[in-house]
Design a binder for this molecule. Sequence first.
Ligand SMILES: *[C@@H]1O[C@H](CO)[C@@H](O)[C@H](O)[C@H]1NC(C)=O
Ligand SMILES: *[C@@H]1O[C@H](CO)[C@@H](O)[C@H](O)[C@H]1NC(C)=O
Ligand SMILES: *[C@@H]1O[C@H](CO)[C@@H](O)[C@H](O)[C@H]1NC(C)=O
Ligand SMILES: *[C@@H]1O[C@H](CO)[C@@H](O)[C@H](O)[C@H]1NC(C)=O
Ligand SMILES: *[C@@H]1O[C@H](CO)[C@@H](O)[C@H](O)[C@H]1NC(C)=O
Ligand SMILES: *[C@@H]1O[C@H](CO)[C@@H](O)[C@H](O)[C@H]1NC(C)=O
Ligand SMILES: *[C@@H]1O[C@H](CO)[C@@H](O)[C@H](O)[C@H]1NC(C)=O
Ligand SMILES: *[C@@H]1O[C@H](CO)[C@@H](O)[C@H](O)[C@H]1NC(C)=O
Length: 578
Amino acid sequence: MSAHRFTVTVWLLLLLHVSGSAMKINLFSRHRNRGPQDGDARLFGGGAADGRVEIYHDGAWGTVCDDGWDLAEAHVVCRQLGFTRAESVVIGKNYGKASGPIWLDDLKCEGTEIYLSTCAFTNWGATDCSHKEDVGVICENGRANLTNDNAVYSLDHSISLSDERGQIFDSASGADFFISVRSVTGNTQEDGAPEVVGVTIWAHKLILSQFPLFNASEGSNITVDIRLSCQPHFSSFIRYIYTRKVDVNLSSVQCLHWMASTFGVKQLMEDTGRLFSKILPEDASFLTQVSLYEYAAETQDWVLQENCLQYMAWNYPNLTSSPAWTRLSVELLRSLLLRSDLVVPDEYFVLQTVESWITGKGNSTSLETQVGLLSLIRFPMIPAEALYELEYNSSLYSTHMSMYREKLLKAFQFNVLVFSNLMSNPKFNREDEDYRPRIYTAELWSAILPRQQPLYSHRTHQYDTMATVFNTPVHNSLIFKSNKISWDANVFKSQQECANRGLRCESFPTARLVPQNSLSQWSNVHFRNRLLLVCQGKYVFQVQDFKNNMAVNGTQVLAYPCPDDQYTFRFVVRPKYV
Ligand SMILES: *[C@@H]1O[C@H](CO)[C@@H](O)[C@H](O)[C@H]1NC(C)=O
Ligand SMILES: *[C@@H]1O[C@H](CO)[C@@H](O)[C@H](O)[C@H]1NC(C)=O
Ligand SMILES: *[C@@H]1O[C@H](CO)[C@@H](O)[C@H](O)[C@H]1NC(C)=O
Ligand SMILES: *[C@@H]1O[C@H](CO)[C@@H](O)[C@H](O)[C@H]1NC(C)=O
Ligand SMILES: *[C@@H]1O[C@H](CO)[C@@H](O)[C@H](O)[C@H]1NC(C)=O
Ligand SMILES: *[C@@H]1O[C@H](CO)[C@@H](O)[C@H](O)[C@H]1NC(C)=O
Ligand SMILES: *[C@@H]1O[C@H](CO)[C@@H](O)[C@H](O)[C@H]1NC(C)=O
Ligand SMILES: *[C@@H]1O[C@H](CO)[C@@H](O)[C@H](O)[C@H]1NC(C)=O
């Protein structure tokens, strides 16, 4: 094919492409990067889990000298970065030239610190080392132990000629428009200017002009500022505009969503948006969930924000033992503590986790913030045995004594007074969240079906016995200590099984939870029970209400997936005064 004919072919292909449907513009507010903050760490110049250790202080990234650098110190920095631990320390390896300050020298960590900068060291920048002594680390790459290893989702809206158009993009033949993609690295250059790295991507005006936000009809080039971690994905994004095909994974989904919303590529934005809830359960480190939550807040995407928050609320115990826990913002932790759908063993667990979050932050949260968070604990819901020992077992009791005393008094009153007496005091408010249970999964309040392996499976239709009887107190107030209710819990897998009980069921499997005693004598207690669907014994992916004792798959728009539909049912009893 002659050069001329080739060019003609290219233009024909491009023209065919443009005759496709025009896209509507839907623009989110622009994305802002969270800049590095004092004490942040990163690995530079290596792979995903190794590199030179750099730490941010006073507006610049600097290095760490090898005096005192050992496995204890390496564990701290790996954990700070979301890895489980360090594999080995690296000394004397050149991960590219370092030019910034040497921030840390004579470092001594216990190994339990959360941030490298909370270990003992001489002083910021006080050192007699040179960059030859910069340390590196290899972290154990146990980050994001995916339930679905390295899942890749293929988005494909391609029409004919997709592959040819992909080749046109790849060859850049006839390209008449270029995009300079720039990112600041967070480093400062010798002249004091911020270091910027970039790539240039060649494209065709005709293609890009479908999306006016590229300004392709106005000039010959644009410059796009993008966060460093998104830079490698920009080319896939532009290629998508040619081919309508792209592979998406955990590390690229957020970038692609941002680019699609920035340039008004609506279909891609919707597709990646839908992928978010699929991807949420994949990251056991919770770094993705937290990062997506922050992204949603920045872009004012309330649906995505609720989607992330709900997942974290339903899987709160795992969140609290994940690397993301101590990095949670005050605002995010507050939003979680306000929720009644927090799934936790009991309220004492919530108190302990908030105390651990506060102590983990060292002195970086103000006393007001601490009190603000602690006051969201529903003290009356704390089991009485834990209340009695709180004074001795709580790590913050002595720092916030008056607040704890006031809350304990309220809790004790709740446990010894009949609710109507409590409420006759104008100090108490019926609507007070403190008297509302969350979803408490402690044995006292819940039961699991099936009780043994194998789990229920849609594919094999295998079951363990799908019925159980369990007892709970009538209410968690001590007044009801000796009053029990017996509950009959069932999961039905066919219309036949429902019919055997004289029931009509709408979908399968379906769950039923029935009190075996008459509840009429407890007229001031109502039950707002819940059914948790727990995927592969690992994460809660759905929470259902009960209506007329039958579980209802509510009007829930936000659903997380459960591969193979391998799940267990956890029935949770939740009494509440009315
Ligand atoms: C991740 O998975 C591997 C193998 O499946 C396991 O050995 C390792 O302990 C897991 N890491 C975490 C943090 O769960
Ligand atoms: C996602 O895909 C890119 C290549 O497209 C790859 O470099 C990266 O490691 C993948 N990330 C994950 C978490 O699988
Ligand atoms: C980029 O575009 C601007 C105006 O849109 C123009 O002034 C400038 O010369 C272009 N740069 C290059 C290298 O073509
Ligand atoms: C397109 O042009 C508008 C108006 O000149 C400008 O505000 C916008 O930043 C441009 N977009 C890009 C991607 O350069
Ligand atoms: C927090 O501050 C108190 C005094 O205000 C001090 O005694 C304590 O050591 C500090 N804790 C940490 C972890 O810095
Ligand atoms: C309080 O601490 C004591 C001693 O460490 C322990 O035995 C007890 O179980 C703790 N109480 C609760 C409710 O955790
Ligand atoms: C959550 O924690 C439980 C108990 O520690 C564990 O069995 C489960 O695998 C965890 N789930 C995930 C998604 O890591
Ligand atoms: C609940 O309803 C949604 C939407 O109708 C459906 O996709 C999902 O499979 C249902 N879940 C269960 C457990 O039946």
